[in-house]
Design a protein around this ligand. Structure first.
Ligand code: SAM
Ligand code: SF4
Length: 325
């Protein structure tokens, strides 16, 4: 697919809902206001949107949210989209908080989902419940195990938080490794207002890496996903990623764009600029939709505008749950 400055854009992250059954403290405020349902694309519209991108050359589709598995009919959406696998689409993947994965893992595997990212920021049930404001760790672990049992490769996502889980990074990596799952540590990004101060939450990945390297020797591996993650292999055979959008940026090789559940196309997670595709989609004119997408792609920006410095934060207004991870 045509891009702007960058390598061609082949990866779409589509958010299927802004709603969530958790309220992670770094992601959204406790009293998060969700969008009215009329603004949200229907399942048919989500399918049409994804299908237009696939016709234009997207080969990897990630369904995310909010929490994708709380969207009614989500498994049916996956079932429908699976028709593109092998017909333009190489990969259909999901990012989930895992609370409902145990019920759905088998069906997702049946419809061609081979990889799932599950977010777990702590393995101590009380800490997990505090960070997620009420999440039940045991259910999420059951979800991870169900996905692995169904033959789905799991990657754990952990946001590194200065005052919450920094002391747990080795335990998290060890736990993932023992299950044969990769793990990525993510720097907290200044997306939307939350109660906590982003400067207090932020930990540079160099600190996470330092702690892990006290336990394992870490060898960089070439696993370029076209995103801001860099991977290492531990001497125990585990795979660990570091996602460093703030302290490093790899915007030049970025291959992805995002569409929200209201049909807004964001060319960069770290910028507010967006293109509204919902009305064009709802007009039913497929050619107009494809033209709008193609024209938008040429405008992909050079780099994000994020910054968390000791005295200053520069982020964007929307929460991560709008555009998905
Ligand atoms: N609900 C699903 C989940 O939690 O995996 C999918 C959506 S969630 C917005 C996607 C990813 O974004 C999660 O791994 C989450 O930890 C991460 N995330 C949310 N807010 C973030 C922030 N402000 N900075 C960095 N990562 C964030
Ligand atoms: Fe929900 Fe995911 Fe945001 Fe947590 S990170 S509140 S699970 S959308």
């Amino acid at each position: 697919m045509i891009g702007g400055h960058t390598a061609s854009i082949t990866y779409l992250r589509l958010s299927v809902t802004d709603r969530c059954d958790l309220r992670c403290a770094y992601c959204m405020p406790e009293r998060m206001e969700f969008l009215p349902r009329s603004e949200i694309l229907s399942l048919d519209e989500l399918d049409q949107m994804a299908s237009a991108f696939i016709r234009l050359g997207i080969t990897k589709l990630r369904l995310t949210g909010g929490e994708p598995l709380v969207r009614k009919g989500f498994v049916e959406l996956v079932a429908g989209l699976s028709r593109h696998l092998g017909n333009g689409l190489d990969e259909l993947v999901i990012t989930t908080n895992g609370t409902r994965l145990a019920e759905h893992a088998e069906a997702l595997a049946r419809y061609g989902v081979r990889r799932i990212n599950v977010s777990i920021d702590s393995l101590i049930p009380e800490h997990y419940a505090r960070i997620t404001r009420g999440g039940d760790l045991a259910r999420v672990i059951a979800g991870v195990d169900a996905a692995i049992a169904a033959g789905i490769a799991v990657k754990i996502n952990s946001v590194a938080l200065a005052n919450d889980n920094l002391g747990e990074v080795v335990a998290l990596a060890d736990w993932a490794q023992q299950r044969g799952a990769a793990i990525s540590f993510i720097e907290v990004m200044p997306l939307g207002e939350v109660e906590a101060n982003r400067i207090d939450q932020h930990v540079p990945m160099t600190e996470v890496r330092r702690r892990l390297s006290e336990r394992w020797s870490l060898t960089p591996i070439a696993l370029d996903t076209g995103g801001p993650a860099r991977y290492v292999r531990t001497d125990a055979g585990g795979t660990i990623g570091f996602i460093t959008p703030l302290s490093d940026n790899f915007c030049g090789s970025c291959n992805r764009v995002r569409v929200t559940c209201t049909g807004q196309l964001y060319l960069c997670l770290g910028q507010d600029a967006r293109i509204d595709l919902r009305d064009i989609l709802r007009s039913g004119d497929e050619v107009a939709l494809e033209t709008a997408i193609t024209q938008a792609m040429r405008k992909k920006p050079l780099a994000h505008d994020f910054l968390i410095a000791p005295t200053r934060i520069q982020g964007v207004e929307r929460h991560m749950s709008m555009t998905g991870g």
